[in-house]
Design a protein around this ligand. Structure first.
Ligand code: UDX
Ligand code: UDX
Ligand code: ADP
Length: 489
């Protein structure tokens, strides 16, 4: 191909670009890796002791490589000029206006990357699409690049590859270190080989899968859609369990031992969140519709609808249990991130739960070990949800959040939530003291023993360790007629 493989540039220093490039730098000391981003503040933080994202193990790797073969910069032009391999790892949110609003991916960032590369590329380059993008995006980038090259009368080549990232937040460094597979899609075998050789520095060859561009692009959407579908499936069963006296954990355990089903991703929850699941499914829905496959679109749309229902049904249950009103009541929310071990709040289920509680007049006191209030407020704003800051308070400690509260609501499965002294929280709460476990992670019988009225996902009445139920029957029965359509965010 005539490209030299000693410098890699990544455009976009986010949740994907940052950890991925840090790992490449660590595993390939012979390569120089430069991450560029137009967001000055973000780059400043990547170059400081306080990285812009929290990811277990990331700081250590960045510290080991930064300034040696890992660099963070706002100089996009220089980054493109000096590298032979360019990763595009920019955000691809769901469109908020225009054609495909609410479903289609907003490709303006990825397109702008294509145009920027066209503008600054001084020689032939391999361009790798690392963001989650709808099928045929690579083709669009290729067209932007070749049209610009032709217009300038140049003869540079651009090889476009799709290399979707499958890391999950909170376990990104481990996922990158030992991936189940690396997927590379492209038309040119030599270009594919150049990238495969980079990964082969630490990934066994049989885990590096190569395929055509479009299979690669679609695989990423489908992987996320299938994972999300499992969560919506078990969540739908959790609702049924609450009505029937079955326990969703027992059901998950029983079906998970079937090797065809497998035990992972069967935890019932208040709903899935994160920047990928909903966005990718909506994208899949939109693509199906574009190809006239209405039934397929409706099938996948239901996964998102089920997720929204799970969030509203959970919150309705809180309001209903608290005697049908939470107006002026202090509610302690433990966890705001969309999952544990991350400070990321994109599409977190906490957003809808807190919004619904606040619309009912509650004063919500949130404690999360990593989330900062500014990020939470930005996410509310992004979803056009108004927040009265007198109603949303971020507490410095779980004690502070629970002091004088009517209820504790667990929304993220942080490990530290298991270690708290709930008796001391209980003593300072209003009575009856309620606890709603949106992650099914606490010892419910022990909490009942303390005196809490406990509501867990996918479980009927919760009994004390001595077998005594403390939830009056009428409460559980009242729960069965809960509203589900009354809330609109
Ligand atoms: C099923 C369950 O597997 C079994 O555990 C239960 O006790 C009875 O029902 P069975 O109906 O005999 O068993 O066959 P199974 O292998 O599950 O296949 C069911 C159908 O799904 C078949 O028509 C099969 O062709 C189809 N199938 C299965 C697919 O189309 N694709 C697949 O990947 C798997
Ligand atoms: C996901 C994919 O797992 C990853 O491969 C892809 O690259 C990006 O999208 P991520 O969004 O970081 O990763 O987290 P993930 O662990 O998949 O969890 C997504 C959401 O589902 C979280 O809100 C999580 O709490 C929820 N979830 C997951 C459940 O509610 N129950 C489960 O059993 C598993
Ligand atoms: P992801 O979770 O996919 O990594 P993020 O939003 O965390 O997404 O990161 C994407 C980053 O890409 C942001 O920091 C954004 O500033 C950057 N970015 C987007 N478009 C461009 C561009 N044209 N040039 C440089 N950086 C860009």
């Amino acid at each position: 191909l005539g490209v030299r493989l000693n410098r890699i540039c990544c455009i976009g220093a986010g949740y994907v670009g940052g950890p991925t490039m840090a790992t490449i730098a660590l595993k390939c000391p012979q390569l120089e890796v430069v991450i560029v981003d137009m967001n000055e503040d973000r780059i400043k933080r990547w170059n400081s002791d306080e990285l812009p994202i929290y990811e277990p193990g990331l700081t250590e790797v960045v510290k080991a490589c930064r300034g040696k073969n890992l660099f963070f910069s706002t100089d996009v032009k220089k980054g493109i000029e000096e590298a032979d391999i360019i990763f595009a790892s920019v955000n691809t949110p769901t469109k908020t206006q225009g054609v495909g609003k609410g479903r289609a991916a907003d490709l303006r960032f990825i397109e702008s990357v294509g145009r920027t590369i066209a503008q600054y590329a001084n020689r032939s380059k391999i361009v790798i699409e690392k963001s989650t993008v709808p099928i045929k995006t690579a083709e669009a980038i290729a067209r932007v690049l070749s049209a610009n090259e032709a217009a300038a009368g140049g003869s540079k080549n651009f090889w476009i590859l799709s290399n979707p990232e499958f890391l999950a937040e909170g376990t990104a460094m481990k996922d990158l270190d030992e991936p189940d597979r690396v997927l590379i899609g492209g038309q040119d075998q030599d270009a594919i080989q150049v990238l495969a050789d980079v990964y082969a520095n630490w990934v066994p060859r049989d885990r590096i899968l190569t395929t055509n561009l479009w299979s690669s692009e679609l695989s990423k959407l489908v992987a996320n859609a299938m994972l999300a579908q499992r969560v919506s499936s078990i969540n739908s069963i959790s609702r049924l369990c609450e009505r029937t006296g079955a326990d969703v954990k027992e059901v998950a355990r029983a079906i998970g031992t079937d090797s065809r089903i497998g035990p992972k991703f069967l935890n019932a929850s208040v709903g899935f969140g994160g920047s990928c699941f909903q966005k990718d499914i909506l994208n899949l829905v939109y693509i199906c519709q574009q190809f006239g496959l209405e039934e397929c679109a409706a099938y996948w749309q239901q996964v998102v609808d089920m997720n929204d229902y799970q969030k509203t049904a959970f919150t309705s249950k809180i309001i209903q249990s608290l005697f049908n009103t939470v107006t002026k009541k202090k509610i302690a929310v433990l966890g705001f991130a969309f999952k544990k071990d991350t400070g990321d709040v994109r599409e977190t289920p906490a957003l809808m739960v807190c919004d619904m509680l606040m619309k009912d007049g509650a004063i919500v006191h949130v404690y999360d070990p990593k989330v900062v209030i500014e990020d939470a407020l930005t996410e509310f704003k992004y979803h056009d949800l108004e927040v009265n800051t007198n109603q949303l308070i971020f507490s410095k400690s779980p004690q502070e959040a629970c002091d004088g509260a009517h209820a504790i609501v667990v929304l993220t499965e942080w490990d530290e939530f298991k270690t708290y002294d709930y008796k001391s929280f209980y003593d300072k709460m209003m009575k009856p003291a309620f606890l709603f476990d949106g992650r099914n992670m606490l010892d419910h019988a022990a909490l009942v023993d303390i005196g809490f009225e406990v509501h867990a996902l996918g479980k009927g009445q919760i009994k004390s360790s001595g077998g005594q139920s403390q939830i009056p029957d009428f409460v559980t029965r009242a729960g069965s007629g809960l509203l589900s359509g009354g809330y609109s965010p």
